[in-house]
Design a protein around this ligand. Sequence first.
Ligand SMILES: Cc1cc2nc3c(=O)[nH]c(=O)nc-3n(C[C@H](O)[C@H](O)[C@H](O)COP(=O)(O)OP(=O)(O)OC[C@H]3O[C@@H](n4cnc5c(N)ncnc54)[C@H](O)[C@@H]3O)c2cc1C
Ligand SMILES: *[C@@H]1O[C@H](CO)[C@@H](O)[C@H](O)[C@H]1NC(C)=O
Ligand SMILES: *[C@@H]1O[C@H](CO)[C@@H](O)[C@H](O)[C@H]1NC(C)=O
Ligand SMILES: *[C@@H]1O[C@H](CO)[C@@H](O)[C@H](O)[C@H]1NC(C)=O
Ligand SMILES: *[C@@H]1O[C@H](CO)[C@@H](O)[C@H](O)[C@H]1NC(C)=O
Ligand SMILES: *[C@@H]1O[C@H](CO)[C@@H](O)[C@H](O)[C@H]1NC(C)=O
Ligand SMILES: *[C@@H]1O[C@H](CO)[C@@H](O)[C@H](O)[C@H]1NC(C)=O
Length: 495
Amino acid sequence: MKVLIPTLSLAAVAPAASDACTTLSTSISADANVYRANSTEYTLAIEHWLLSSIEEPQCVVEPSNAADIGAILKTVSATRTPFAVKGGGHTSNNGFSSTTGFHISLAQFNYTKLDTEAQTVAVGAGTKWISVYTALNGTRFNMVRGRNPAVGVSGFTLGGGKHLKTNAHGLAIDNLLKVNIVLPNGTATTASATQNADLFFALKGGFNNFGIVTEFTFRAVPQDLVWGGHLSYDPADTAAVNAAIVAFEQTNTDPRAALVGGITALPTGPNGTFSAPTQAVQLFYDGPVLPEGMFADFFAIPTASNNWAGPITFLAWSGTDGGVSSLSRGVFHAFSTLPHTPEFLEDVVDEVSAFSAELGPNSAVYLSVAIEPFMAGSLNRTSSATSDSSAYPPVRNPVLLPSNIFFGYLDAAQDTTFHAPIAQIQANIVTKAAARGLIYPEAQGGSIYSNYALAGEDGAHVLDFYGAEHLREMRRVREEVDPRGVMRLAGVWKV
Ligand SMILES: Cc1cc2nc3c(=O)[nH]c(=O)nc-3n(C[C@H](O)[C@H](O)[C@H](O)COP(=O)(O)OP(=O)(O)OC[C@H]3O[C@@H](n4cnc5c(N)ncnc54)[C@H](O)[C@@H]3O)c2cc1C
Ligand SMILES: *[C@@H]1O[C@H](CO)[C@@H](O)[C@H](O)[C@H]1NC(C)=O
Ligand SMILES: *[C@@H]1O[C@H](CO)[C@@H](O)[C@H](O)[C@H]1NC(C)=O
Ligand SMILES: *[C@@H]1O[C@H](CO)[C@@H](O)[C@H](O)[C@H]1NC(C)=O
Ligand SMILES: *[C@@H]1O[C@H](CO)[C@@H](O)[C@H](O)[C@H]1NC(C)=O
Ligand SMILES: *[C@@H]1O[C@H](CO)[C@@H](O)[C@H](O)[C@H]1NC(C)=O
Ligand SMILES: *[C@@H]1O[C@H](CO)[C@@H](O)[C@H](O)[C@H]1NC(C)=O
């Protein structure tokens, strides 16, 4: 073997892992690929929704089938190389689907297969929701999915998965029938309610603790035309919109109706000054005929922008989700509460306002807290969803309402600056929620939603997601399927 070319920068190449990339390329099938730094494929494979979630791996490996993934995991195990597996790359936590070791790209696991007879949908683990909607458009079937069409099916589902169809159909995992998975020792298997049932339980909320999922099979849910849109309001009307959200939570009994609110402060000028927080809502009605008076309170308040439309296809609706720019850096955090009160939503407005004043000069471009009211009973809607059917959530009744806190900023030099403040605003909001009796005492940490939570010393702890009883069972399964701790070489909430 040839020795180093003297002019080669040693700093750019870590010899041990680089050799492992070469070893890796000899152990995978002809259709699999290994990509080196700066190639187009490499750059595409490590892309994330937030620039701050990107790391530069030694190489990208793109398996073509489950046997390739098995071979990769065996190499990882033998060389103890840190690695990452990326679904849609929407995590806000650095090191969860990024790595400086091997980056596993699931680009070849990118498909949606509807079985109209069985009414199931099989989705490859590298698929983003937008591809699923496009494939299902016009079929009269759909699935429980997220609000942003670019989110990956994998991470969304392995964390629980909730959105506007949750009122009628529960979590994504409540509609999951089967997964194909490659275990940490390289063996491909399936998990379902009848096969490897304990592994199936643990995977539903357990992310990459137990192996690499290659395919999800979901129950398909019926889909007709829908109504929906995104309505924003002036800061002067924030309290009125908050009151309308609470009134909707308290009075709506139609599981086809749903909404997400967002208390948001945006920059108003170049000097880091922010608007007073506004409340915006994304409204959704899952049917072609809008019931009389539905969402009337929201239409009665003058809007700053409004793209409400219907009846339209679900695919067209998904385009009404404004989302936010994918060109910023950012951090997420989370809390969950019992049903909101107007006073509590005003507490949240006050906190967003205070933190926008503090963080404006640090290149902040977006500070928001999402308000996601799900209906009582939505987490026991499907017969397969019981308190012990999935690792997440620890409590299904009452339904704890998740909130996502998002601080977006531009300056890479600020990557560490935003952790402490987002942990602080989360703590402040939880304290205020507790003072108003909105924290459910039986759920540890208020049952924080892992798909939104901040990792690291300031962040959440795995106990907050699963509760002690579910966590104990997850650990038992982990010891069984991963005695060598292979999956601990990949980041994420380690049980
Ligand atoms: C704009 C936006 C909107 C969102 N809206 C919603 C929403 O409406 N509802 C909701 O519930 N959540 C929502 N989320 C949160 C989202 O569900 C999580 O960020 C989710 O983890 C993203 O999945 P991903 O595959 O895109 O992420 P990735 O970053 O690719 O993966 C997340 C984690 O899952 C692991 N993982 C990925 N693929 C596999 C696999 N095949 N096998 C094993 N482990 C794997 C990764 O290693 C990583 O640790 C939103 C996020 C964003 C950024
Ligand atoms: C990749 O490109 C960047 C910027 O152009 C450069 O700094 C880096 O050294 C390159 N890495 C390799 C391994 O070629
Ligand atoms: C997955 O397939 C869709 C088309 O169905 C394509 O637009 C997308 O780029 C593909 N994603 C990857 C990661 O290859
Ligand atoms: C979606 O399906 C509808 C028919 O239900 C069709 O009219 C429309 O053109 C489709 N949209 C796309 C983008 O294919
Ligand atoms: C920004 O701040 C500088 C210095 O304080 C000031 O001179 C300038 O007028 C401000 N610009 C705006 C648009 O507020
Ligand atoms: C399901 O939820 C509803 C509403 O919270 C509750 O009344 C009912 O008892 C729950 N059923 C079970 C089996 O937990
Ligand atoms: C891999 O792990 C599984 C689960 O522990 C076990 O059933 C299987 O026998 C193992 N396979 C090999 C080849 O060791």
